[in-house]
Each structure stands twice: as C-alpha cells, then as structure tokens.
Design a protein around this ligand. Structure first.
Ligand code: HEM
Length: 508
C-alpha cells in the first residue's frame, strides 16, 4: 500500500516538475507568428523589472540597463518582461514614431490600468478616448491657458517661492506638487470645502510611489493600497460633484465644460466617467511635472551662463512692463525665446524614460522582426542623445535650439511628450509652469534668504557655517551648499535625477 502511495506521489511530483519546466520554457520562449526581436524574458514573473527600475545618476545619461542590452543584442529594438508583462522596448526613433502613429490608445501594464480604473475614459474605446481628449484639450490647451490658467500659475508660484525664500527652505519638487494640486483642484472643481480637499490630498499622496508594480491586488501590496486610494478619491470627487450639480455654484472651468457635455442628448460622458477623468488629470499632472521641474532647476543652477542669460531675458521683460508687479502674460510667455530654449533643452536632456506606451493591437513587422499583438510597447527617445542628431548630446546646451522651432513639442528627433494620438495634452500647461518657475528662480536668487530660528539653524551652527554668509545665499549656493545648506531649495543629493525620471516614467 505504502509503495503505491510513494509511486503515486512521485508521479504527481514528476508531473508538477514537467509542467513547471514547460511553463518556464514557454515563459522564456514566447510564441510569435514571425521572428521576435532579440532579448531575454528574464526570471519567470519578475522578468528584468528590478534591473530596469534601478535608478541611475544623471551623469550616465543612458541607463545601464539599456546600455547593456543595446551592446549585447546589437539592435535598437529588443524584447523583455517587465512588471509581469511581455514588453518590446525600442530606442529606434522611426519605430517609435511608426508605433505612436499606428496605435492611438494609451496603455500600460495591468496594474497601472487597475490603478487608473478599468472604466477610465482614457483607457476605453478609441472614439471615447478621442472625445475625452478633445474635451481635455479645451481646458489645458493653449486657448484655455491663454485666457484662464497663466495668471493662476504665476500667482500661486509667486506665493510659494516668496514664502519658501522667507522661510529659508524651498523644495522645488514638493512645492510643484502642492502648487499643481491646488491649481488643478481649483480650476477643475472651483472653490471646494477645505476638509474635502485635505482628504483628497491624502488620497493623492498615496500615489507618490512607484506605481509600476506587479499586478497583484492583494492586501498588503502597493497595488492594493493604490486601488483603495483611487476608490476613496473617486467617492470623494463624486460626492463633491453631485453637491455642485445641485447647488450650481462656484463651478471650476473644467466642471463647467463637463456639465455642459453631460446635459447633451446621448451624452458620452456620465458622472463616473467624469470622476475618472478628473482623477487621471490629477495623477498625470502631479507625477510628471514636479520631477522634471526639479531637474530643470538643477540644470539651470549648474550652468551659470544659462542662469545669467535667463536673468537678462526676464529683467528686460519686467523693465518693459507698465506695472512691474503684474505677473507673466501670455504675450510675454510667448516672447521668452531663451527661456523656451532652456525648457526645450531640459526636456531633451531629462527624457530617458519611455514616452510612447502602447499595447500593440495587431502584429507589426519591423524589418526581419515581428512585434506581436498584445505585447506592451515602450518607446524610449534615446534619439535625444544621438550624436548624429545633436552635437555633443551629453552637454546641456540651450543655445543648440537657436534659430530652430522652439515651440514644437514633437518630431522624430524630439519626443519628450510622446507622439501620435496620445501626445501629452498637458504639454503647454507643463511648459508654462516651468517658464514661471524659471523666471521666479531668478527672482528668488535676488531675494535675501533669512534663516528662521529652527532645527536647520541648530544643525547649521554645529557645522560652523556663518549665518551672515548664508543670509545672502542665492539659488546656486542653496543648491551647492550640500548638507550644510539650511536654506536649500533643492539639495544636490536630494534629487536623484535617475529616480525622478522613473517617477515621471511611472505615470503611464
Ligand atoms: C513635464 C511634464 C510632462 C511630461 C514630461 C509629460 C509626458 C507625457 C507623455 C510622454 C505622454 C504620452 C504617453 C504616450 O503617448 O504613451 C503624456 C500623456 C498625457 N499627459 Fe502628460 N506630461 C507632462 C505634464 C502633463 C500635465 C501637466 C498634464 C495635465 C494637466 C498631463 C496630462 C496628460 C494626459 C491627460 C495624457 C494622456 C493623453 C492621451 O491619452 O490622449 N501631462 N504625457
């Protein structure tokens, strides 16, 4: 009896081993009707995720993960597995543009889709996506910005920068997150009860983490926490919107547009979709802009000649104003040629994350290789560092854009905001925030920094830095002050640009 029992057990065990080996083999050798691009699927389930996600220093420019694979495979397109999904990674600008144009639906891994909400209008059918995209552009596109947003951005930033300067401490990334959050809340929903905004803020803060995760929604995992935070945020938003529908008071610009749409016959938008839309808006604007903003500040501060030229441009603009205290106008913004060159260069320099994210809806033939339907496609704008397209590409040099089209945000050689049907709707909005911030940086540099009597000062005394020296620090010193800088704007070691790139990458 026991022999039979042992035999049965060994058969079952052998079957499990065979099944497991088969599964591992299938994992490592995915099926494809044609020839897959070279690559490795890494360990089962984990794939190559950890190596892909490892933050890297800005001085390396190209991530070690990418560098290794490009030289190993000798191909600009390779296959891998990330976050449990099968992925094609491409650094070929022609392939990136082709896929961006051919497929118009923004997609990400299962976990990200879950975080955004499965019935999210941005992730639904192409028609709904197009419709919602047009709607959103009315709010954040240049027309909306011209008339509505630029003054608010300018005002909010002015307050934050001045307060930060007076308090002797100003963390650009944190300040931008706060500013963008406040701005969008006000612009979308109008005046809102502060308790609700506070609670919403708590929900958003849950998202300040890497949201590219394995897709398991089980208690204790990040995905579980994020899905919970999204549900809570959706509930709060819905309650706020319903209240506004009844009272019809103090609607924000965006809710105004959305309510108009909802009242139309056969409206494609209902309240749940509107809530999801607002949610995407918050997340995308909060996760992308602050990280890049931090990098812009650091790049400008590290290049004194750029800072001086910016100062010259902004001072000339202020000199020409009838009222020196008014904020930046749309006309002034458009006329800031050098500032636009700086922003364009900063976006080139910091775009090492994928900016084209798609799920391939059909097999795509690229030369000898087949990119299979159902796989994720991540297009990285590595072309930003191609010596044939950019002279000395590893140098931050805004002057390289002199005489070129400084306002365009997409071309085969330049894709910080993606391309095709999902090109970033917030690109102009993001550029305005950067312009206002850069102009305030210069303003800030001229402000005397008064150190408050707080723990930073105590720490400072221990390090024997003379307070009178610190009092006159400007932006550069605040950044370069390293550990000794109590009045820091952005600590050199505080911003790992590698990881902040991943922060923005994680948005999609
Ligand atoms: C420096 C800041 C920003 C960067 C680098 C950035 C980058 C991107 C990229 C690369 C995409 C395209 C993804 C793809 O095609 O696969 C995208 C899409 C998008 N972005 Fe941005 N973005 C920024 C700021 C913003 C802001 C401030 C907003 C909102 C106000 C925003 C809203 C959106 C939306 C709604 C989409 C989806 C468009 C669609 O599916 O049609 N972004 N962004």
């Amino acid at each position: 009896m026991s022999e039979i029992y042992v035999l049965a057990l060994s058969v079952v065990f052998s079957l499990i081993v065979v099944k497991l080996c088969h599964w591992v083999y299938q994992w490592s050798n995915p099926k494809c009707k044609g020839k897959l691009p070279p690559g490795s699927m890494g360990f089962p389930i984990i794939g190559e995720t950890f190596e892909f996600m490892t933050p890297f220093d800005i001085s390396l420019v190209v991530s070690p993960y990418l560098k290794k694979r490009i030289s190993r495979y000798g191909s600009k397109v390779f296959r891998t597995s990330l976050f449990g999904a099968k992925v094609i990674v491409s650094i070929d600008p022609d392939v990136n543009m082709e896929i961006a144009k051919a497929s118009s639906q923004l997609r990400a891994t299962e976990s990200v889709t879950r975080i955004f909400g499965e019935n999210n209008p941005f992730l639904q059918s192409k028609e709904i996506h197009k419709y919602v995209r047009n709607l959103t552009s009315r709010f954040v596109g240049p027309e909306g910005l011209k008339t509505r947003l630029i003054h608010d951005i300018d005002n909010l930033l002015r307050n934050d920068v001045e307060n930060g300067a007076r308090n002797g401490s100003f963390d650009v990334r944190e300040a931008t997150i706060k500013m963008v959050g406040e701005l969008i809340a006000k612009k979308i929903m109008g005046e809102t009860e502060s308790e609700a905004v506070k609670e919403l803020g708590l929900c958003w803060s849950a998202f300040r983490t890497s949201w590219f995760q394995f897709s398991y929604n089980i208690p204790g995992t990040t995905v579980y926490r994020l899905v919970k935070a999204r549900r809570k945020a959706a509930k709060l938003l819905k309650a706020l919107i319903l209240k506004k529908i009844v009272s019809k008071e103090g609607l924000g610009d965006f809710l105004d547009i959305i309510f108009d749409e909802m009242e139309k016959d056969g409206a494609a938008l209902d309240i749940d979709k509107a809530v999801n839309l607002i949610f995407v808006f918050f997340i995308l604007s909060q996760e992308t802009t602050p990280g890049v903003q931090g990098a812009v500040v650091k790049l400008v501060a590290d290049h004194p000649s750029v800072m001086e030229e910016l100062q010259r441009e902004h001072e000339a603009i202020v000199q020409n104003r009838a009222d020196k205290d008014t904020g930046v106008t749309w006309e002034e913004y458009k006329s800031m040629t050098f500032t636009h060159m700086v922003i364009k260069e900063s976006l080139r320099f910091t775009s090492t994350q994928p900016t084209v994210h798609r799920i391939l809806d059909q097999d795509v033939q690229i030369g000898d290789y087949t990119l299979p339907a159902g796989w994720l496609f991540f297009g990285i704008p590595q072309v930003h560092f191609d010596e044939e397209k950019y002279d000395d590409p590893l140098t931050f040099n805004p002057w390289r854009w002199q005489g070129k089209d400084i306002h365009s945000t997409v071309s085969r050689e330049y894709m910080p905001f993606g391309a095709g049907g999902t090109h970033c709707v917030g690109s102009e909005f993001a550029k305005i925030i950067k312009t206002c911030m850069v102009s305030f940086e210069n303003y800030f540099e001229r402000l005397p920094v008064k150190l408050p009597n707080n723990r930073h000062v105590e720490k400072e005394k221990k390090k024997e830095v003379k307070e009178e020296e610190v009092e006159n620090w400007g932006l550069r010193e605040l950044i370069d002050g390293g550990d000794a800088a109590p009045g820091r704007i952005l600590h050199r070691n505080n911003i790992n640009i590698g990881s902040s790139r991943f922060v923005s990458y994680n948005s999609f």
